[in-house]
Design a protein around this ligand. Structure first.
Ligand SMILES: *Cc1c(COP(=O)(O)O)cnc(C)c1O
Length: 486
């Protein structure tokens, strides 16, 4: 009898070593990886190994070279883009699933939790109880899934099945605000509608979709014989955290026979803050909604949910041709006596992935650990942080707040005291941000607000404290002062 070629029984030893290394990593006491880039580059950028070094040495290199030089994104002072460091329990859940449920299919506990956690997430986000979901890798794919459903619905009404037969050349349009996430345009490209099919609806002074302008564009499209595919509203824009007027957008979509898609990748969870809950009014009108647990819920990256009113439309949009290796492998009725008598819910036919990790357990773990109360406390604290930064900037003689935060994004800039012109201020703040990133531990990113270059922290990391937040404002002032007097 031959020996197995992979060992069993070594997890506890390796996991305890890697656990120690990760606890140390999260103290962020090491220099920036760029400071000794040559060292780790020469250790890693090597030819394909002809012989293996074995488990012990590989895990040691993982700890000493990779973890030691990992990304600073989990740092509680990283507030760039909209991405965060995952908390402990969901990471452990994801790792456990890789071993105990390498696929979400067939009948087992992780498969059940896939559906249970989608329903929990739906309820957490205040979506209508009829909404059913599917997990995908991120907001990009979730938007693609929602818009594929929109395309399916629009062409079916016109008598075509776009998933089966492709689309014809008729002009189509997706209506979204000028602040929409650029993955919406890419989705339109992938779906054969073309990125140019996305019509940019102007925004108002609060960077929310101007629904008067939306009506005009929809009417113009109707006059021109354009097939309306969807109205896309954003519940928490990536630039400023603005929430489009969902009810008005949804009603217009209904009036013009368009699908109503809500991109809540970042902001949907924000509705847990009672100060802004009513800003999300109109979610009940949505035909599809997306949310990214790997943003505000601090899940490990790689998990988003797309919800639709009726998953049958996803099945029509994403089903595959029959495969010989699948047909006949399962029983057709409900006479289930083995976990392999059924695939369970056919998630593989609701989106673009067949093989996929069991992602539901990540969301299950977060919500089991924190409950609604724990998530609400995080969201409220992050919204407080954005307000705190905005207020400090507004009150400071040499700073300016460029937005009134609705959610957890603040946009501020250094203006100095000599009334510099717009162009000089943009240049000054760009240099200020560069120095902030290079010389301090504070890592916000940038955006442009009405033509003004803004320093933009997005607070979604539950490890951030008010000390970190105040430190950012102080650092902006200190560097700004240096740049203007130096
Ligand atoms: C982040 C984001 C996306 C894209 O999500 P990924 O998970 O990065 O693919 C889409 N829409 C909005 C509003 C976002 O904030």
């Amino acid at each position: 009898m031959s020996e197995p070629l992979a060992e069993t029984g070594a997890f506890s030893e390796h996991l305890s070593r890697i656990g120690e290394a990760l606890d140390e990593f999260l103290r962020f006491e090491r220099p920036d990886p760029v400071d000794h880039i040559e060292q780790w580059r020469s250790a890693l950028d090597r030819p394909l190994p002809a012989e293996g070094v074995g488990a012990e040495k590989t895990v040691t290199e993982l700890i000493d070279v990779l973890v030691a030089n990992g990304a600073r994104i989990s740092d509680p002072r990283f507030w760039g883009f909209i991405t965060t460091g995952p908390t402990t329990v969901p990471v452990i859940a994801a790792a456990a699933a890789m071993v105990a449920a390498p696929q979400r299919y067939s009948i087992h506990a992780f498969n059940l939790v896939e559906e249970v956690s989608l329903d929990w997430l739906r309820d957490l986000c205040g979506l209508a109880p009829v909404m059913k979901g599917v997990y995908v890798s991120g907001g990009s794919v979730a938007n693609l899934v929602g818009l594929a459903a929109a395309r399916q619905a629009a062409f079916e009404r016109a008598g075509l099945d776009p998933a089966a037969g492709g689309i014809d050349g008729r002009p189509t349009a997706i209506y979204a605000s000028a602040e929409v996430h650029h993955t919406v345009q890419r989705s339109a490209g992938v779906l054969g509608l073309g990125r140019a099919a996305v019509r940019a609806v102007p925004v108002d002074d609060w960077h929310r979709m101007d629904t008067g302008a939306l009506r005009e564009l929809l009417e113009a499209g109707r006059r021109d014989g354009v097939l309306p595919i969807a109205v896309v509203a954003t519940a928490g824009t990536t630039n400023t955290g603005a929430i489009d007027p969902l009810r008005a957008c949804g009603e217009l979509a209904g009036e013009f026979g368009a699908w109503f898609h809500v991109d809540g990748a970042y902001g949907l969870v924000g509705r847990l803050d009672p100060r802004v809950t009513d800003r999300f009014d109109g979610l009940d009108l949505a035909d599809s909604v997306i949310v990214d647990p790997h943003k505000w819920l601090a899940a490990p990256v790689g998990v988003a949910a797309a919800f639709v009113r009726d998953r049958a439309i996803l099945h029509r949009a994403f089903t595959q041709e029959p495969a010989d290796y699948l047909e006949g492998s399962f029983v057709s009725g409900d006479d289930i006596r083995s976990s392999f008598d059924s695939m369970g819910i056919p998630y593989g036919d609701f989106a673009v992935e067949l093989s996929a990790p069991a992602r539901g357990v990540i969301v299950w773990a977060i919500l089991r650990e924190q409950g609604v109360a724990g998530i609400r406390a995080r969201v409220m604290r992050d919204n407080d942080y954005a307000r705190r930064v905005a207020r400090k900037a507004a009150e400071h003689p040499r700073l300016e707040s460029l937005t009134e935060p609705e959610l957890s994004i603040a946009c501020i800039r250094y203006v100095g005291s000599d009334g510099a012109g717009a162009e000089r201020l943009n240049d000054l703040n760009e240099r200020l941000l560069r120095r902030l990133v290079r010389e301090t531990g504070y890592l916000p990113s940038a955006t442009v607000v009405d033509g003004a270059f803004a320093i933009r922290p997005c607070f979604i990391n539950p490890r951030t404290t008010d000390g970190h937040v105040d430190g950012l404002v102080d650092a902006v002032v200190a560097i700004g002062d240096e740049l203007t007097t130096g």
